[in-house]
Design a protein around this ligand. Structure first.
Ligand code: FMN
Length: 398
């Protein structure tokens, strides 16, 4: 074969490979659902809430933008049929994550995150939101699911007031959780006091830790607890079953995890989703455990500050208030240019975590207090995509 022929075949070969590569990428893009409309992101537009005349529904549409454990969005709203200014929040007992959160503590925190978003949206739109927690009494702990179904977490009563501009409102529409590396830059004194001064309600406070010794000891707990969790297959499986690998699944379920949570976006997101749809084992079982430990290590290695919400009591009411407080911190953080990510593993109450949990608690809340939230705080290195949200009308009980 002469040189000319070899070149001709080589070019043909390259064109063929490029064509096959393109075909493969197109196939992955289609399998990922790349051409689909993303209904699961609709609640993130301001027009979404504005389409509802009933302020209870339009405020609920902002509530669902709040952070929730495992992105379960475990909320049910009951509109008072006889008073158009009153609605009730119930914890959705079908959305408990019993393996990772056996006492439903995170579930209660997730009720609070919702309530605070409702209150912030109300302020902006001229609604005073009077929030009464557990208006019909507290849960029977021996019959938790039934209690959740029958007893409201909160009664919300609206009263017309002057609309107030608040920077916190704009922050409602930003992603709550940034799992990316953060800049290696200390928080300023005014940022720390901006967050710590929010410690308002009696018995609930936040402390920011950014001394090197503290960072390394908290980081060690975060990593060790992730390693423990990665070895508990029923807890990992609980997360795995709510992982949504494609646009089809995200539109179908609209809650749970997806690759956006790890920062995937654009064309590459679809290639990754296509791969995960064809090969689910890339993100389940041992691979999921490995990924989880690696992500946590990267997070810990790029964290300039941690913060903890610590409470004196650990009643259901205090857990809900801690969630309200967490939302306030996230929103205030945005106004200060800061982002956050909870790292909850060391705080979890399942048996395999017990030793580490007890040690952690003794180190940071020795006076029989409870660490309700542990989270990273810092300046972002990059933005993070928005995560799935359910349709508000699916949250409103029929
Ligand atoms: C009580 C609670 C615990 C959480 N724990 C974790 C955690 O351990 N790790 C993490 O990356 N995100 C954690 N999150 C964040 C949720 O996963 C996140 O809010 C949810 O996936 C929705 O995403 P978004 O906050 O970006 O809207 C937690 C949130 C809450 C309210």
């Amino acid at each position: 074969m002469n040189g000319k022929k070899i070149r001709k075949y080589a070019v043909r070969g390259l064109v063929g490979m490029a064509g096959a590569g393109l075909l493969l990428l197109t196939a992955l893009y289609i399998i990922s659902g790349g051409f689909m409309k993303q209904y699961y992101l609709e609640p993130w537009s301001e027009e979404y809430a504005a389409q509802y005349d009933d302020p209870r529904i339009s405020l609920t549409a902002r509530g669902i933008l709040a952070a929730s454990g495992h992105n379960m969005q475990p909320w049910i709203i009951r509109l008072d049929p006889s008073d158009s200014m009153v609605f009730y929040l119930y914890a959705d007992s079908t959305r408990m994550t019993k393996e990772v959160d056996p006492y439903a503590r995170q579930m209660m925190i997730s009720q609070g995150t919702f309530l605070e978003y409702v209150a912030v949206a109300g302020k902006k739109e001229g609604w005073d939101t009077k929030i009464k927690l557990f208006p019909d009494g507290v849960y029977d702990e021996s019959d938790l699911a039934r209690s959740m179904d029958t007893l409201p977490v909160a009664k919300i009563t609206l009263a017309k007031t002057q609309p107030q501009d608040t920077q916190l409102y704009d922050a409602l529409y930003l992603p709550d959780t940034n799992r990316e590396p953060y800049q290696a830059k200390e928080l300023s004194t005014s940022q720390v006091s901006g967050l710590e001064s929010l410690s308002g309600t009696t018995g609930i406070s936040v402390t920011v830790y950014q001394k090197p010794g503290m960072l390394s000891s908290i980081g060690k707990y975060a990593l060790q607890s992730a390693q423990i969790e990665a070895g508990v297959s029923r807890v990992m499986e609980e997360s795995n079953v709510i992982f949504r690998a494609s646009e089809y699944q995200k539109n179908q379920y609209r809650y749970g995890y997806s690759v956006e949570g790890q920062g995937a976006s654009g064309f590459m997101k679809h290639i990754l989703q296509g791969m995960l749809t064809i090969f689910p084992s890339l993100n389940s079982g041992e691979a999921a455990s490995r990924n989880f430990i690696n992500y946590t290590r990267t997070s810990v290695d790029s964290t300039p500050a941690y913060a903890m919400i610590i409470t004196r009591e650990n009643s259901r009411e205090v857990q809900v208030e801690s969630g309200m407080f967490y939302s306030r911190l996230v929103l205030t953080g945005h106004t200060l240019g800061l982002v956050m990510q909870p790292l909850s593993q060391a705080l979890e109450e399942y048996p395999e975590m017990n030793n580490l949990y007890t040690e952690f608690k003794q180190a940071y809340a020795p006076d029989s207090g409870t660490v309700q939230m542990l989270f990273r705080v810092g300046y972002p290195t990059k933005g993070t995509p928005l995560s799935m949200r359910r349709d508000v009308m699916d949250i409103i009980a029929k």
